[in-house]
Design a protein around this ligand. Structure first.
Ligand code: GDP
Length: 533
């Protein structure tokens, strides 16, 4: 309980932060809603500029061109903008399942999430998978049911589906009045107020017109013949649905649900208001030694993502660090905990208004970008004073493997460097078997191999081919007993490898083989996920 002016400042700044990500199935409307959020945060002036910025970026390199071709978003970006006295940090996540690792790690850096559901489709596969990840940390979820300007499924059925499939209580905050051509707006249950939908205002920062009181003459007139049916449906909804409960929301047990259309920029402001008002400010984070509170004065944070510079002519990579406590100041010295080294952070980047800018100060909940010339890995912690190592930033065991074959044997140095750097970014995982000079690439999704090949060619001028290899999965090895470990590594050397971070890994040819090894070596831990330390 420090009372210093610095502590007060940090507490005040931290309380204003709202750091969240959008989770959704591809095509549900994440990009569109991101754009409207930026519009509302005045980070952009005209809707449409997010897409055009994307188009510029695509032109800059081959792998971006590939992203465009396949219509998926591979990169994760961070956008910061002020909104109603809050500072919003929006972390974008790739929607395609082949990049799920990246998404999972981004979700470790947020305090809440916005779930976007296509009203015509309901809860889809990718949303289910992402919700499972959110549940690991009980991340509070705000839900937005999108595309009300189209034909949607019965809203009651949609809420039931959220509850049944995602095992979370759903509390409607607004309720839709019709849909598609008859979409008239939404009714705010607690406010007893109608928000009127007007088509054609999708690219404007406009506020919806309102009518107070469903029983008012004005509301009756606006709804016309539909009034009685709507009032009846509402009664049913109010009787059957959960009421919003802040505590249950913060515990990840209940999600407030909003309806609207991202394309029509209707209802998105209500979602942002909810995130600003009800979603948590930066939460405490666990380290190996203790929990760190955001208002501690000493700086601490962890790296959850590494990304190549958007411009391939500059080879530097950016490490995205989530600040967990204290204040970042330009030129400050921090401990790089894993390396046990003190480093000076002279030129961190922020992502204000979706443009990279240099910044002088940042606070808990903010994301800063550190220039990385190879010394920073995903999961690395940085701290001031006490050495704190944050936990919970996972690497997942790959399920797809390829042997890398170099086309020009003289380029093996470049290949190794390229693979090591791309592995650090989390594009794929690289393994160096102990028994030969093979290089094995591991991935969770098959598209990752294409990205690696394309970037090796573009950025490292190395051409390679991938060959099938007979592997089923990889497990990271851990054993406290040095003697047992030695015994194991001698006996199992045929299948052992080092990964890109020099961690001992067992490459299992089959599921049966792995099961047998686990049985035979009870003192050895075969881990399916690995945390960097
Ligand atoms: P993402 O894959 O989740 O990022 O989805 P996008 O934002 O790219 O949206 C997918 C498609 O749905 C695009 O063609 C959007 O224009 C469209 N879309 C998004 N929101 C709405 C909406 O509210 N109504 C309608 N009709 N289409 C929408």
């Amino acid at each position: 309980m420090t009372q210093s002016p610095l502590a007060d400042e940090i507490r005040k700044e931290a309380e204003q932060r709202r750091t969240f990500a959008i989770i959704s199935h591809p095509d549900a409307g994440k990009t569109t809603i991101t754009e409207k959020l930026l519009l509302m945060g005045k980070a952009i002036d005209v809707a449409g500029s997010v897409k055009s910025r994307k188009a510029d970026r695509h032109a800059t390199s081959d792998w971006m061109a590939m992203e465009k071709q396949r219509g998926i978003s591979i990169t994760t970006s961070v956008m910061q903008f002020p909104y109603r006295g809050r500072m919003i940090n929006l972390l974008d996540t790739p929607g395609h399942e082949d990049f799920s690792e990246d998404t999972y790690r981004t979700l470790t850096a947020v305090d809440s999430a916005l779930m976007v559901i296509d009203g015509g489709k309901g809860v889809e596969a990718r949303t289910i998978a992402l919700m499972e990840v959110c549940r690991l940390r009980d991340t509070p979820i705000v839900s937005f049911i999108n595309k009300l300007d189209r034909d949607i499924r019965d809203p009651i059925e949609l809420l039931d589906e959220i509850e049944a499939v995602l095992s979370i209580k759903a509390a409607p905050i607004t309720w839709p009045i019709g849909c598609y051509k008859d979409f008239k707006g939404v009714y705010h249950l607690a406010q007893d107020r109608l928000y009127l939908y007007q088509a054609g205002l999708g690219s404007e920062r406009s506020q919806a017109q309102c009518i107070d009181g469903l029983n008012s003459a004005e509301a009756r007139e606006y709804l016309g013949d539909d009034w009685a049916t709507f009032a009846e449906q509402l009664e049913l909804v109010q009787g059957a649905c959960h009421l919003f409960d802040q505590e249950a929301f913060l515990a990840g047990r209940l999600t407030p649900v909003f309806f609207g259309t991202a394309l029509g920029n209707f209802g998105v402001d209500q979602v942002l208001d909810c995130l600003a008002d009800a979603a948590p400010a930066p939460l405490p984070r666990q380290t190996q030694t203790r929990e760190v509170a955001p208002d501690e004065t000493a700086f601490s944070g962890f790296v959850f993502k590494i990304q190549a510079n958007m411009d391939p002519r500059h080879r530097d990579r950016i490490a995205f660090l989530r600040i967990c406590s204290g204040r970042y100041q330009k030129g400050m010295k921090l401990h790089h905990v894993r390396l046990g080294k003190e480093v000076k952070i002279a030129d961190a980047l922020t992502f204000f208004s979706s443009e990279r800018e240099q910044l002088d100060e940042a606070f808990p909940g903010d994301i800063i970008g550190l220039h990385n010339h190879g010394s920073i890995q995903i999961g690395d912690s940085f701290s001031e004073g006490e050495r704190l190592s944050f936990t919970g930033i996972p690497h997942f065991a790959p399920e797809l493997f390829r042997r890398v074959r170099l086309k020009d044997p003289l380029k093996s140095k470049q290949l190794r460097q390229g693979l090591q750097e791309l592995a650090e970014e989390g594009q794929a995982q690289v393994f160096f078997p102990q028994r030969n000079n093979d290089i094995i690439l591991g991935a969770v999704g098959v598209l990752q191999f294409d990205v690696v090949a394309s970037r090796l060619k573009e950025e490292y001028r190395v051409e390679c081919a991938f060959e099938a290899v007979n592997l089923w999965s990889a497990r990271w090895i851990n054993c406290k007993d040095a003697k047992k470990l030695k015994e194991f590594t001698d006996k199992a050397s045929e299948n052992l490898a080092l990964d890109g971070g020099d961690h001992l890994t067992y490459l299992a040819p089959t599921r049966v083989n792995l099961a047998l090894m686990q049985e035979r070596w009870p003192d050895i831990e075969f881990r399916a996920t690995r945390e960097h330390h």
